[in-house]
Design a binder for this molecule. Structure first.
Ligand SMILES: CC(C)(COP(=O)(O)OP(=O)(O)OC[C@H]1O[C@@H](n2cnc3c(N)ncnc32)[C@H](O)[C@@H]1OP(=O)(O)O)[C@@H](O)C(=O)NCCC(=O)NCCS
Length: 202
């Protein structure tokens, strides 16, 4: 592991990732952001995204702190740098779990046995992902979401804060599941679903 980390995105998500980075031993932290100037969490914002290639010296690690899944994908595919996976030390990761490059796992999240998580996902604070799940690339699992066993979630889908998904459910790519929803049937279309039980609204 390098000691230098560049966090792409100096918003609220960047603050949470800074704390995880510090707990993983990074001390030399800089931010890149197209809008925020100055500093974030007392670490300097050193420029906008057009500097990423210049800063890629082969010794620096990078992570994306952008909540929008499509933007995260765009950044990850545009810049071929040393993206790293960051896991908060309080997260519980079970045996035989695989976690893709660039994914961030936040405090107290639980990921149970034989689950596969794609690249550049966000597994947010206190989320519980049960056994044998398959989570696609660029998925965001929000705080306090509970996913039952053997759930499959397609790429770029966002599961909203506090939602629950019962076991053996398939959720399509490019879906949004609203905060507090309870998913009891497969979600086959790329759409927005809310409520208990979750129904398509948009
Ligand atoms: C589902 C969601 C994306 C919809 O947002 P939107 O596209 O702006 O849609 P709107 O707010 O216009 O809502 C559309 C309809 O769904 C309803 N609705 C929206 N979110 C809902 C939810 N979570 N539960 C139940 N109903 C909801 C609205 O009341 C509205 O109903 P109406 O047409 O009868 O008035 C959003 O409300 C949501 O839940 N986002 C999750 C955010 C989150 O978890 N962030 C975590 C960050 S870490």
């Amino acid at each position: 592991m390098s000691n230098r980390l560049i966090i792409v995105g100096a918003g609220g998500h960047g603050k949470v990732i800074t704390d995880i980075a510090l707990k993983n031993g990074y001390t030399n932290i800089n931010f890149i952001d197209d809008n925020v100037k100055g500093s974030c969490m007392d670490f300097p914002v050193i420029g906008s995204s057009d500097r990423i290639f210049d800063l890629n010296d082969g010794k620096t690690d990078f992570v994306i702190a952008v909540g929008n899944d499509k933007t995260r994908k765009m950044i990850a595919e545009k810049y071929d740098v040393n993206w790293v996976t960051l896991i908060h030390p309080s997260a519980q990761i079970s045996t035989n779990v695989s976690i893709g490059i660039g994914t961030v796992v936040m405090a107290t999240a639980v990921i149970n046995a034989d689950t596969k998580i794609g690249k550049h996902c966000i597994i947010n604070t206190g989320a519980v992902i049960e056994h044998d799940n398959v989570i696609g690339d660029y998925v965001h699992i929000s705080p306090k979401v509970a996913l039952g066993g053997t759930t499959r979630i397609g790429e770029l889908t966002h599961i909203g804060i506090g939602a629950a998904v019962i076991n053996n459910i398939n959720i399509s790519k490019n879906c949004v599941v609203g905060a507090g929803a309870v998913v009891v049937d497969n979600l086959e279309h790329s759409a927005t679903y809310v409520g208990v039980p979750a129904r398509k609204v948009l």
